[in-house]
Ligand binder design. Structure first.
Ligand code: FAD
Ligand code: NAI
Length: 471
């Protein structure tokens, strides 16, 4: 083998969990290596997830807005066309500049980056099978951090070809706009990527097993979101099961059935997107060599300090418990390294924001109203519509609400849910407020600049314990 080195920390996987852990470990003075078989670092998120999907969402929104939302603004445009090649290139450019950026950070921080497949041979030993042109290596590690992420959950009986029956990876690279697209799963991926292709002209039907979209978002916000997406042209079949799909020539025939028993129906599609969730990825990792525990959903089992049954082998990100979100993986990466270096680390799992980057965006942090209700604690709800916010009005983007839920006795904020323009940026204030244990009155008495969308946030806070001024 080309190299045999001893490291304080070896991180397997260079996604947002792994690469952040590796940089943090190096910053804390630990000799660190990171391994990823994908080649470019950044994991699912940078290569085929968060970043490319946001490029497509941003540019498809712009296109859609230019087509349908310029006249009333006094802008007259000529011939508007989509150039799919450039549309995809803009996405690829965003991805490559960001993954290159992570490689530069690795160099700057002296992280040894190995492009190849890592396999655990023993509790302190990892073999790297280098990608073509890259060296093999045998690494000795005092500590190992497993950050191997997740993959799309397959749909039983459907063969993914990433052309006609696709996961998100195929759906961010379609070379032409499908006429008809069926999305299986009305969760975050289904709604984001369904929006992209719908805006470019596809007829999109979302088939969801549950009776609501948004995979667990606040029920009231979920309904408003569905209404908004339906107005944009997405069709929804809720409480509906997919029974199977057959490719017949250029068409995929998707058979569905009302979940509560109803008429079977066949939907025709050029492209079917399977988006029914993701599952932990541990293939060829060599788990059998150290016999780590895995739960019934394939997640690596860890304690509160991210330790497996070997205290020096820790696990973070999508491959273990909790929300499958990039920022959650990053927080865990830092905490796991701090445990190694200092013996203590911290992630507040009650304050992990979620954002769905549709238009309008949906963002939330803390508990949904349903979760608060289930605790039996009395609570107050304050709401404020963007239709009454001056900035939203001047922007002619007035759809949506801010909804705040606070403990009735203490006024402490329990949950914040926003459907609206820039909700994803606005939720940061909510996360900070909940992290610091703010009351709704604390927010309402904090001066917010005028005219900003953030004033809707402040007024929802006012409405929680008293009354809003402008609604
Ligand atoms: P990953 O990012 O999955 O990285 C794991 C890496 O480990 C991979 O690169 C893989 O190649 C590597 N690996 C695995 N096994 C080995 C091995 N044996 N040897 C070497 N390397 C190995 N989250 C958000 O927060 N915001 C979003 O907007 C968002 N959008 C998304 C859009 C899509 C389409 C998808 C699919 C996901 C999205 N996510 C989003 C989720 C986000 O991508 C994940 O939560 C995040 O990437 C998890 O990070 P991770 O480090 O745990 O794993
Ligand atoms: P998801 O868990 O968000 O949604 C899956 C949906 O599919 C659920 O609504 C579920 O009820 C439905 N479903 C499951 N089985 C079904 C079936 N047989 N038929 C019909 N519907 C079925 O999963 P998704 O959308 O695949 O995303 C995976 C992960 O990626 C999520 O954990 C999400 O957090 C993350 N992600 C995050 C994004 C963001 O933060 N903006 C963007 C995209 C993905």
């Amino acid at each position: 083998l080309a190299t045999e080195t001893e490291h304080d920390v070896v991180v397997i996987g260079a996604g947002p969990g792994g690469y952040v852990a590796a940089i943090k470990a190096a910053q804390l003075g630990l000799k660190t290596a990171c391994i990823d078989k994908r080649g470019p670092p950044g994991g699912t998120c940078l290569n085929v997830g968060c970043i490319p999907s946001k490029s497509l969402l941003n540019n498809s929104h712009l296109y859609h807005q230019i087509l349908h939302d310029t006249k009333k603004r006094g802008i007259e445009v000529g011939d508007v066309k989509i150039n799919i090649e450039q549309f995809l290139k803009a996405k690829d450019d965003a991805v490559s500049s960001l993954t290159r950026g992570v490689e530069i950070l690795f160099k700057q921080n002296k992280v040894d980056y190995f492009k190849g497949a890592g396999k655990i041979l023993g509790p302190n030993e990892i073999e790297v099978k280098g990608n073509p042109g890259e060296p093999d290596a045998l690494l000795k590690a005092k500590n190992i951090i497993i950050a191997t992420g997740s993959e799309a959950t397959p749909f039983p009986g459907l063969t993914i070809d990433e052309k006609k029956i696709v996961t998100s990876t195929g759906a961010i690279a379609l070379e032409k706009v499908p006429k008809k697209m069926v999305v299986i799963g009305g969760g975050i991926i289904g709604l984001e990527l369904g929006s992209v292709w719908s805006r470019l002209g596809a007829e999109v039907t979302v088939v969801e097993f549950q009776n609501a979209i948004g995979a667990g978002m606040d029920a009231e916000i979920s309904k408003l979101t569905q209404r908004s997406l339906a107005k944009q042209g997405l069709k929804f079949k809720l409480s509906t099961k997919v029974l199977g799909a057959e490719v017949e020539g250029e068409t995929v025939k998707v058979t569905v059935d009302a979940a509560k028993g109803g008429k079977e129906e066949t939907l025709d599609a050029d492209v079917v997107l399977v988006a029914i969730g993701r599952r932990p990825y541990t293939e060829d990792l060599g788990l059998e060599n150290i016999d780590l525990d895995i739960d019934e959903r394939g997640r690596l089992v860890i304690d509160q300090e991210y330790r497996t049954k070997y205290p020096h082998i820790r696990v973070i990100g999508d491959v273990t418990f909790g929300a499958m979100l990039a920022h959650k993986a990053e927080e865990e990466g830092i905490a796991a390294v701090e445990y190694i270096k200092n013996g203590h680390g911290h992630v507040n799992y009650g304050v992990i924001p979620s954002v769905m980057y549709t238009f309008p965006e949906v963002a939330w942090v803390g508990m949904t109203e349903e979760q608060v209700k289930a605790t039996g604690k009395p609570y107050n709800v304050g709401k404020f519509p963007f239709a009454a916010n001056s900035r939203a009005k001047t922007n002619l983007d007035t759809e949506g609400w801010v909804k705040m839920i606070a403990d009735k006795e203490t006024d402490r904020i329990l949950g914040i849910h926003i459907l609206g323009p820039n909700a994803g940026e606005m939720i940061a204030e909510g996360a900070l407020a909940i992290e610091y244990g703010a009351s709704s009155e604390d927010i309402a008495r904090t001066c917010h600049a005028h005219p900003t969308l953030a004033e809707a946030f402040k007024e929802a806070a006012m409405a929680t314990y008293s009354k809003a001024i402008h609604f």
